[in-house]
Structures are given as structure tokens and as C-alpha cells.
Design a binder for this molecule. Structure first.
Ligand code: C5P
Length: 423
């Protein structure tokens, strides 16, 4: 990860401005520095002091401040960065961008820049759906502006809901990572231009593709109250599903029992056991890409008790185990309808790479993402150290936040899939 990546964050005037404080913090964690412009309206929602404290430098607020212009002129401000990010991108800012208005520092920087621009729209659903905003967004799309969100859901105003909620900081961050890597994050607005039937987008490296992801553990019932489980949290698989959606894919996520939220913009199917997971996966096919990150239980009890087993002094219950179906191997070995790219995971506590290579061959997949789960807190934790194992070799990545692993992995998979498709 390069330490010199930087963005110019333009914070517009909307209630979602508070999410930018979290975004600045997360960007810093990823080694991306943010210089900030706070619009006059934005300053009604967050203070310049809060923004500067988190960004680690004074934020810019006024076009005609002689001190600011002496420090760094607005032209230089808009160019001495890798990417401009507008969040929240209000209807007003979007309209100014679409028409090329330049009457304050934010709009002037946006017009003067020679860098890519990513916007995270946020507004009331009626404003978002208004023909004027539709026209402005269509213009921005033509101008090559990148868009993340908005999501659909409840608004700050009571009783209002629909498309218009600003994307979450993690989603904006994933879009920033993609944009900085030269990819085009898609916008995922419901009912927005560019949306294909069935949910895929016309933008992004996975545009028009169906990506199937499994995530989380499985629970294998012993009796109606007890089950066999493992420590998987689903964080890595869910982050991959979110990153694939941000890359333009229509995503089906088949998730075992987890406590984390379903990712926005993804169709999530919840299951309990390995057999249910296999059924849901088969029902979700065909897919262009399948990523099996779930920690599926290898075994289940041979005879699940229909009533709660009793501790009645007659000895320990015999828990005979039988093997679960291997979902990854089943899909990877399909004669017809095999996804073009099948990716498996290998959680190991020793000989990580050697076991992953053996698994690649045995399971018939195209890529194994191997990770060492021995005593490092990977299962349930927020970071992961992975090795990408293919028939061509091994690529090892440094320890990264699971979200970053997801973003990079999706970009890597998109490239692999494109190469296989010969595009
Ligand atoms: O054999 P092992 O469990 O180590 O393989 C891990 C990979 O296989 C993961 O991608 C996991 O999602 C997948 N798997 C599966 N069905 C199983 C067991 C593992 O899809 N029953």
C-alpha cells in the first residue's frame, strides 16, 4: 500500500456529513490522507474543528480567504491530490457540477481539477428522483464522474424512505480504493440510470456479472437445541459480497448464521446447515463467478435427535459423525453450468500454502485464498493475511483489514475473469 495516496474530500451540507468524520478516520487507517473542504452548508452539520482534528490539518472553508490562497490556491488544492470525493453530494452540489457553476471553494475546485471525481449522493428520495436530478446525474455520468450509492432506506426526516441515503463509510472507502486503483466503482442506486434488470450495474469491473458468495459458519444440529459450529464471523465473506456489488456485480450472498448485518445492495439468503447452503447455492446458479468463503462444517451428526437429548445417567450419547457435502467441490466439478471462475478459501493452522495447493487440485477450483488461522485471531477478527494460490504460483499479501482484502480480491478476481473471458 502506497503511503502517498491522498484525496480531497468535499463535505457538502446534509445530515450525512457526520459520516465523513468516520470516513476520514478509516481513510487514515488505510494510509490515505484527506485534505478537506467544508462547504458553508456542510459547516452547519459538522464543525471545521472536528474535520481538521481527524484529518490532521486545517480544513478549507472559504474561497476568498486570503490566508488560504496564500497557503495553497484553490487550483493547486484541486490538483495536488489523487482523487476528489464529494460526500455528501447534495442535490445542490450535483446541480453545480452538472452545469459547471463555480461560486464557492468546493464548486471551483471541482471545476478546476484534472483528477477523477467520486461522489456519494445523499438527499431526500423525491429530490433524488426529481427529473432535474436525473438529468444532472445523467450529465455527470457522461462526464465520467464516479458514483457510490445512494442506498435505499429510512431518511432522517420522519416517515420518509426510499433511495437517497448516503453510502456507508465502508462502502465509500471501498469505492475510493477502487478509484485509486484505477477501477470504476459503480453506483448502486435503486432505479437509477445504468441499472440492468436483476440488479447488476452497467458500470464497474464486474458490471453485468452475477457473483455468488458464501459466507459465515454453518450450524449442524445435534438435537433441537444443540449444534456443531465454528468461530467464523462472516466478516470476510460479507465484505467480499459488498466489494463485488461496489464493483458493479449482481451479488447473491448465501450466509450461514452470523450476527453482522446483510450488506446493502446484495441479495442475501440466510441458511443454517451445510446441506441448506448447498441447496441455496445450487438454486442461485448460474453465476459468472463463485467465491466460497464460508467455513462450512465438514461433519454433521449422523442421526440428528428430534427431541432434546437427556442427561439421564445412562452414559454419554454416541455422537457419530458423517461427512457434509463439499459445496465448493460440487460446484467446481459441475460438467455443465460451472461458473467461469470458482474461488475457494483455505483456513489452515500449519503448512498453509502446501495445503492450499493440494486443495486447489482436489477441489477443482481456479484460485484458493489461503489464510493462517492459527492463533492470530483471524476468525472473528478484523484483519487477515492471505496468499493467493493458483496453478501459476503464489501471491502473498501483507496483513490487511478484511475490507481491504475484499476490495483487492474483487479487483484481482475481476482481472482474472476478464483474462479468461479474453476481454
Ligand atoms: O476442505 P476445507 O474446509 O478446508 O475447504 C475450504 C474451502 O472449501 C472453502 O472455500 C469452503 O467454503 C469450502 N467448503 C465447502 N463445503 C464444505 C467444506 C468446505 O464449500 N463442506
Amino acid at each position: 500500500m502506497s503511503a502517498s495516496r491522498s484525496i480531497l474530500l468535499i463535505i457538502g451540507g446534509g445530515i450525512a456529513a457526520y459520516k465523513c468524520l468516520e470516513l476520514i478516520r478509516r481513510l487514515k487507517d488505510r494510509g490515505i490522507s484527506s485534505r478537506c473542504i467544508l462547504t458553508k452548508a456542510g459547516a452547519e452539520f459538522v464543525t471545521p474543528l472536528a474535520v481538521s482534528s481527524l484529518a490532521g490539518e486545517r480544513c478549507f472553508t472559504d474561497l476568498f480567504s486570503l490566508t488560504d490562497e496564500a497557503d495553497i490556491g484553490h487550483i493547486a488544492l484541486s490538483r495536488s491530490t489523487d482523487l476528489l470525493v464529494v460526500a455528501p453530494a447534495t442535490a445542490d452540489l450535483i446541480a453545480k457540477m452538472a452545469t459547471g457553476l463555480a461560486n464557492d471553494l468546493a464548486s471551483t475546485a471541482l471545476l478546476a481539477t484534472d483528477k477523477r471525481v467520486l461522489i456519494a449522493p445523499a438527499m431526500n428520495p423525491r429530490m433524488w428522483q426529481h427529473p432535474a436530478t436525473r438529468r444532472n446525474m445523467a450529465q455527470l455520468e457522461k462526464d465520467g464522474v464516479l458514483v457510490v450509492g445512494p442506498n435505499s432506506g429510512a431518511m432522517a426526516e420522519r416517515g420518509e424512505s426510499g433511495p437517497g441515503r448516503m453510502a456507508e463509510p465502508a462502502e465509500i472507502l471501498a469505492a475510493i480504493e477502487l478509484a485509486l486503483a484505477g477501477e470504476a466503482p459503480c453506483q448502486r442506486a435503486i432505479g437509477f440510470l445504468g441499472r440492468l434488470p436483476g440488479g447488476a450495474s452497467t458500470q464497474g469491473p464486474l458490471a453485468g456479472q452475477h457473483v455468488l458468495v458464501t459466507s459465515g459458519p454453518t450450524h449442524e444440529a445435534i438435537d433441537p437445541v444443540r449444534y456443531i459450529a465454528n468461530r467464523s464471523s462472516g466478516k470476510q465473506g460479507h465484505a467480499i459480497a459488498a466489494a463485488a456489488a461496489a464493483a458493479g456485480a449482481r451479488v447473491t450472498l448465501v450466509s450461514g448464521p452470523v450476527t453482522i448485518a446483510d450488506p446493502d445492495g446484495v441479495e442475501t439468503i440466510r441458511v443454517e446447515s451445510a446441506r441448506e447452503m448447498l441447496a441455496a447455492v445450487e438454486a442461485a446458479l448460474p453465476a459468472d463467478i463463485a467465491i466460497f468463503s464460508a467455513a462450512v462444517a465438514d461433519w454433521r451428526v449422523a442421526d440428528e435427535a428430534t427431541e432434546k437429548m437427556k442427561k439421564d445417567g445412562s452414559g454419554l450419547p454416541p455422537l457419530a459423525l458423517i461427512e457434509n457435502p463439499d459445496i465448493l467441490a460440487t460446484v467446481a466439478h459441475r460438467q455443465s453450468g460451472r461458473p467461469g471462475l470458482v474461488v475457494g478459501f483455505a483456513a489452515e493452522t500449519e503448512n498453509v500454502i502446501a495445503y492450499a495447493q493440494a486443495k486447489l487440485a482436489k477441489k477443482g477450483c481456479d484460485l484458493i485464498v489461503a489464510n493462517d488461522v492459527g492463533g492470530t485471531g483471524v476468525m472473528g477478527g478484523d484483519a487477515n493475511t492471505v496468499h493467493l494460490v493458483t496453478r501459476d504460483g503464489v501471491e502473498s499479501w501483507p496483513t490487511l483489514a478484511k475490507q481491504e482484502v475484499a476490495t483487492r480480491l474483487v479487483a484481482h478476481i475481476a482481472r482474472l475473469a476478464a483474462m479468461r473471458a479474453g476481454t
